[in-house]
Design a binder for this molecule. Sequence first.
Ligand SMILES: Nc1ncnc2c1ncn2[C@@H]1O[C@H](COP(=O)(O)OP(=O)(O)O)[C@@H](O)[C@H]1O
Ligand SMILES: CC(=O)N[C@@H](CCC(=O)OP(=O)(O)O)C(=O)O
Length: 261
Amino acid sequence: MKVIVIKCGGSILNSLSEDFFLSIDRLKNSGFHPVLVHGGGPDINETLDLYKIKPEFKDGLRKTTEEVMHIVELVLSGKTNRKLVNLLEHAGHKALGLNGSDCSLLQAAFVNWETLGFVGKVESVNKNLLESILEIGCIPVITPIASGPHGQKLNVNADMAAGAVASALHAEMCVFVTDVDGVLKDGNLIQELTVQEAIKLIEEGTVYGGMKPKVETALSVLSQGAKRVMIASGKNKFYDNNSFIGTAFVSENLYMKGAAK
Ligand SMILES: Nc1ncnc2c1ncn2[C@@H]1O[C@H](COP(=O)(O)OP(=O)(O)O)[C@@H](O)[C@H]1O
Ligand SMILES: CC(=O)N[C@@H](CCC(=O)OP(=O)(O)O)C(=O)O
């Protein structure tokens, strides 16, 4: 089964274009089975603000107290996931929303209880569940909340959750859809990045903020055997004429000039 994992960032979730859904149609016509993982950082921040709670991050991960965890779940499962499932259904797809903590879909360990609280790192994925959903022609839409070692719910960075799902499913492709065309340098899109080039962009500070975990996860997915990894925009088509549009990550030994086909 040719699986593609598509991570939909919170930066773009409220303004996904028709072209985004058209790209999903085209992918399905090309024989790909999409699995979606969504973020929702900006929506969480907005709701925390209503409760007068100041968002706190450490190395790109949200400090998650018990109170914050309740709000994360309320927003991601109750609002963001519902919205994406509904948009997909409206675009003519069959979509099934899943909390990562349901049915042991995502099982995680604490990253660092002392500094981050209820934040997890995915250690296993219920691959059989996802494959059964794909077999009946549905698109799984996964909320990045995992079950912890003693059944606690843990907040997982959505880029990292998508990376773990892509690796577990041995996905052919993993695309991180966000609010920019891909990795930019001096305002220009970089079409292809080798591992070494990507590390250099992080070190020199060209890649920073939310782009950093995305690029790091992209490199990790690539090293775990995904054939293609991309960062692309949800404002335009990210797949057309059998080609992906955005920044493609390539292993050194696969390095070739030209667009990723
Ligand atoms: N080199 C870069 N190229 C493109 N965007 C970058 C770069 N470095 C940092 N960014 C920032 O990363 C953001 C995307 O990350 P983020 O806001 O976390 O998105 P998402 O919610 O989709 O995961 C961009 O909007 C941009 O502000
Ligand atoms: C641990 C952690 O940081 N979790 C993230 C989960 C959502 C997410 O990653 O959303 P984006 O893709 O929009 O950034 C958070 O609480 O914001």
